[in-house]
Design a protein. Sequence first.
Length: 350
Amino acid sequence: MKFSLFVHMERWDEEISHSELFENLTELALMAEDGGFSTVWIGEHHAMEYTISPNPMPQLAYLAARTSRIRLGAGTIIAPFWNPIRAAGECALLDVISGGRMEVGLARGAYQFEFDRMAGGLPATDGGKYLRELVPAVQRLWEGDYAHDGEIWQFPTSTSVPAPVQKPGPPVWIAARDPDSHDFAVRSGCNVMVTPLMKGDEEVVALRDKFDTAVANHPEVKRPQLMVLRHTYVHPADEPDGWGPAAEAISKFYRTFDAWFGNKTTPTEGFLQPSPESKFAERPEFELDSLHKTAMIGTPEEVIERIRYYESLGVDEFSFWIDNSMSHEEKRKSLALFIEQVVPAFNAQH
């Protein structure tokens, strides 16, 4: 089992500067490298303070200079917002800067809010066709001269400049949920990243089953990697109620996600208030007891047990999603406990 860190700068009030948030993210990434994590992932989001990352590339390039071993993942860039030549070139440049440590995740995008501002109001539900055209075009550009005449993009013979260090290119990951996305990822030679969000481990099994079906349908392709991304918070064993603040914080995070996803309110200076708790009175998955069970919240032993279950399902990488609306100090303590007490349990197996 490999471990990775999924992290953004997240800002919940104006008291903390963006500069401080950047230093906080850097500290967490350096902790992850020292703790033996395989990858640090940073995504792409626009005009929203609660997940700050208009382009993961500059942050990852900075981390490339501050680190020596950990791999640097753009997870995920939003396909409709990128030209294939730009995507291939920026990823390859990060691969050069990092000495061949780049990984790229690609997604169709989720927030209509962003599509209204970045893609001229294109329906977010149309993002999938952009993803399916972008991925093979980027892969071909990494290989050399390539002309593209697609439904969305057309360009004369071009190549990725610079060329990536890794051959044929950086590993590509696809954020997948439905069977078609899993099938597209596997047949394209891409790894798969999934998130069960607020659903329980039965959803992890369902996503794994979709992945396994796609793998079985494409015996001509070497089995790719499967990553599971979960909100994670580890509390000391001698604090049995330590899960409570984490569940409350993750509830706030999801209610804020709901507000942005709903796209019904205009943000003020990049902030939106979380949707009110009353909205979710009939939604048991938002209850704190439920989040305690679905998010990866628990003592080190509880977390070890669940991740071992994921390992038994065939999951290759567990990504510690640290965004949760908590303070940097709380995140740092949780990550430190995970590194000190959870990671060694898996290192000892091998």
